[in-house]
Design a protein around this ligand. Structure first.
Ligand SMILES: [Zn+2]
Length: 243
């Protein structure tokens, strides 16, 4: 149920969404953020949904559909997988997605992309996929992916809209604006292939150390904040004629 408060806040923070047509002659890269069991598969861990969730299953379906389209066209795809060392917690969240466990693996609907030659998998141990792509020598796997593939636009999808998706978008846009990511121009977030988790206020109040996180509201705020940084927010994606 969408609360009256959410409806009111959506009126205060109106988010007009566009439709994007990806031109066939421009290299667009697909970025899949944390579409892994520990965040998306019912019962898979401390941060996994407790019961089936419409926003999350819609996100998985749309992401898998896009991944298939990008792989058929041999366009570059990058997948970030949250994977933590057991001794390095990520506050304020409980232990999650420990490297080597199935929690940190892609959901069943996307597991097949591991065998595709156009897909780059990056395990990261922080929220932000841009920073999580940095190697100890200062190189950056994501920056190299953009440059090596001459990517001019990226389409970002995954979880959580207001956490890892947003952090990645913010860093990427700042890096692009500083000239680190040429030839990247457009950063687009596809709202129907993004999702976040649900902790209603009533539950948070009764659970020590848990922040309230109403799903519809935080998903909306995440998209809104990405738009504030200069990302394009779209609710429809198609491939089209050359520019
Ligand atoms: Zn994490």
């Amino acid at each position: 149920m969408v609360s009256q408060t959410t409806e009111l806040l959506k009126k205060e923070l109106p988010l007009e969404q566009e439709l994007v047509v990806l031109p066939e002659d421009v290299v667009t890269g697909l970025v899949l953020v944390d579409i892994i069991n520990g965040f998306c598969t019912v019962g898979a861990g401390n941060l996994a949904p407790r019961e089936p969730n419409r926003q999350i299953s819609g996100m998985i379906n749309e992401s898998a559909r896009l991944a298939r389209l990008f792989c058929d066209k041999k366009l570059p795809v990058m997948a970030f997988l949250d994977s933590h060392h057991p001794d390095k917690p990520e506050h304020p969240y409980p232990s999650h997605c420990i490297a080597g466990t199935d929690e940190s693996n892609l959901v069943p609907a996307l597991r097949w992309i591991e065998n595709e030659t156009n897909v780059t998998i990056r395990r990261k141990e922080c929220y932000d996929g841009y920073l999580g792509s940095m190697e100890v020598d200062g190189s950056n796997v994501f920056v190299d992916w953009v440059k090596n593939n001459q990517i001019e636009a990226i389409l970002v999808v995954g979880v959580c809209t207001d956490i890892c998706v947003l952090d990645f978008v913010c860093s990427t846009i700042s890096a692009r604006n500083r000239g680190f990511l040429a030839p990247l121009k457009d950063v687009t977030v596809y709202s129907r292939a993004c999702a976040t988790f649900d902790v209603p206020l009533q539950i948070a109040r009764n659970t020590k150390g848990v922040l309230a996180h109403p799903q519809e509201l935080m998903h909306h705020v995440g998209l809104y904040m990405a738009k504030e940084r200069g990302a394009k927010i779209v609710n429809e994606v198609s491939f089209g004629a050359p520019k």
